[in-house]
Design a protein around this ligand. Sequence first.
Ligand SMILES: Nc1nc2c(c(=O)[nH]1)N[C@H]1C(S)=C(S)[C@@H](COP(=O)(O)OP(=O)(O)OC[C@H]3O[C@@H](n4cnc5c(=O)[nH]c(N)nc54)[C@H](O)[C@@H]3O)O[C@H]1N2
Ligand SMILES: Nc1nc2c(c(=O)[nH]1)N[C@H]1C(S)=C(S)[C@@H](COP(=O)(O)OP(=O)(O)OC[C@H]3O[C@@H](n4cnc5c(=O)[nH]c(N)nc54)[C@H](O)[C@@H]3O)O[C@H]1N2
Ligand SMILES: [Mo]
Length: 699
Amino acid sequence: MSLAVVSGAQPLNPQFSGKVRGACPHDCPDTCAMISTVENGRVIRVQGDPDHPTTHGALCAKVNAYPERTYSPQRLLQPLKRVGRKGEGRFEPVSWDEALTDIAARLQSIAARNPEAILPYSYAGTMGWVQGEGMASRFFHKLGASMLDRTICSSAGMAGLTTTLGGAVGMDVEQYAHSKLILIWGSNSITSNLHFWTFAQQAKRAGARLIAIDPYASDTALKCHDHIALLPGTDAALALGMMHVLIDRNLLDHDYIARYTLGFEALKARASEYDPQRVAGICGLRPEQVIDLAVAYGTTAPAAIRLNYGMQRVRGGANAVRAIVSLPALVGAWREAAGGVLLSASGHVPMDAQALTRPDLLPGWPGRTPRVINMSTIGQALNDANPPIEAMIVYNSNPVAVAPDSEQVIRGFAREDLFTVVLEHFQTDTADYADYVLPATTQLEHFDLHKTYGHRYLVVNHPAIAPVGQARSNADVFRDLAARMGFDDPALKASDREIAAAALRWDDPRMAGKTLNDIEQAGWIKLSMPDATFAQGGFPTRSGKVEFYCEALAHQGEDPLPQWVAPYESAHAAPELAKRFPLACISPPARNFMNSTFVNIASLQRPDDVPVCELHPEDATTRGLSDGQQVRVFNDRGAFLARLRITERCRPQLVVAWGVWWHKLAPGGRNVNAVTSQALTDMGRAPTFYDCLVEVQAA
Ligand SMILES: Nc1nc2c(c(=O)[nH]1)N[C@H]1C(S)=C(S)[C@@H](COP(=O)(O)OP(=O)(O)OC[C@H]3O[C@@H](n4cnc5c(=O)[nH]c(N)nc54)[C@H](O)[C@@H]3O)O[C@H]1N2
Ligand SMILES: Nc1nc2c(c(=O)[nH]1)N[C@H]1C(S)=C(S)[C@@H](COP(=O)(O)OP(=O)(O)OC[C@H]3O[C@@H](n4cnc5c(=O)[nH]c(N)nc54)[C@H](O)[C@@H]3O)O[C@H]1N2
Ligand SMILES: [Mo]
């Protein structure tokens, strides 16, 4: 396909017609190469790039609706200033100049007293480097603002990966097509990682066996040969039980273990505590299920695991990842390109984080580190931090809807003495609490460069159309604010393209001599790496080996070996609580939404136009509940309403409440985060969204 390439460095012709290369911006492992069809300056269609090996011509249902979202009548088209109470949603239009002049003055006056009273709040609304943390981080570093610990999604898993494999490294997703056994572990791939599923299906057609490990019979689990429906938060026990069996039956690759791992004897002793009988008790399974799984894993090659973040949103999340990512080395699965494990592969990208985000702009750097605020406990921070947070600049995130323990989050955002600026496409729950709402460009309207965490390509995004209404890109707004505040460092004047160029170490061998211009022309390039990346070890740990035993953890006084950590909210750890709230509530991604993005788009709200929760028939019967009725899901933290679906896809003792509705679009004005807690994981300071006991009653 021959494509016009509109460079981010050039001004857009508002009457342009043709096709433009882009990247899907969303927080998804797939980062698709996207092609926009533009007619007279208007995008009429987006589609997957047929030539891109992981996108293979197909976008998902929600991103196919990206033009509908971009031109939605609800789109924010001009800056707004609050005139009503916080949360009420009453605003009036102001000019950009008036808004930015006032914001700069407010920030300046707070910074003159204490810059750390200012907090950026952002996540992965876009995963691009330019509109993500490129210019924004530079600005907040220069200001000396508090730093945000970006933990809300993956940091427990990252801690598990880093302490075991040395970083976010793993298999090439394209290789799953050649695996003979695939464990799809804590991942509803058809929903959240569709382009992996294509490779899994290829493997299935070629005779591979697929096993899902998930408390819920997800769309993905239903299409696997086997489904192991364990209780949430018990994955580490299952993985250690598998090790027990592998060791007992000597289904091990002793040569791989000897050459490329550290601490096998200690791990062996640990695994001996997890016999199948005990593990079955912890996981709510039968012992034979544990044994069969281990034997399949130990006798089939190449064996691959696709792990996703679903299983690390519990107290023991990091340990669970440690246990699971230890498995491939035990059986030598890494020897083949189609063996091993993939959680995140973002660590393969030769990023230059310093050059991109410029921590050296921080006054007093490197001696001084500003205060760090954990985004996952923003409810506590807004209510209790000392000194208090006085101003928040929110971009690429909707914390009022997505952060745990909504009542606390809302109480914090409602503080009249908090100055809040929200850069957004839509009037979200968070935007309702803003003093200023600034209209942001979408991916069709700005330039960016994307790394990915689920495949090995870098993907560029050229703007396809001029900004809609008065929208301005995040980078543009932070550049402008910097100028108004008198920051004259060249780094704060850098163009979008210069920011993108700074993000990578171009001389790294994985770049194979490619330049930014090459990526801009081609749309995407693949990192140059061996397919069987760890066939001969070479892990990015200090030892270069898989560290079953992690010395660094021992130094921190942590358990150096993977273990099962019971969920905070479980019969095991909190029996009294479990009597009052006997159901474990998980809130996984819905197929048509991307976290809280797309929830306001009419075509995507179908077929469930209200929040839905699911229960096993036994649990519904004991409570006298019937299918389709409205129920109240609650615990001591809060409550939300949902339409009940009764189904055996849900294992007993489980509530599945699909995420993540906007509070204001949900009946009763609360989504599932009304019941989730601010407790953090064992490592990584991450939230425990799926470690949450509730009760359900008729509404
Ligand atoms: N359509 C869509 N795609 C998305 C998203 C979205 O909201 N919508 N979100 C994106 C984001 S931000 C992320 S981080 C990724 C990954 O997001 P994840 O949260 O990993 O989502 P899933 O891959 O759907 O995995 C969730 C699966 O894990 C299961 N699960 C829950 N608790 C446990 C447990 O304790 N153990 C095990 N074994 N399984 C458990 C759930 O039942 C569900 O089927 O997906 C991304 N992709
Ligand atoms: N109960 C429960 N809660 C969860 C989860 C769960 O599984 N269950 N999942 C958690 C996970 S994994 C994650 S990653 C978080 C995600 O939480 P968030 O990072 O807040 O993600 P979104 O809800 O998608 O909101 C992103 C917002 O960014 C905006 N945006 C997109 N692009 C741009 C841009 O270019 N500029 C600006 N200014 N704005 C933009 C979108 O309009 C959208 O409102 O949610 C977490 N919350
Ligand atoms: Mo996420």
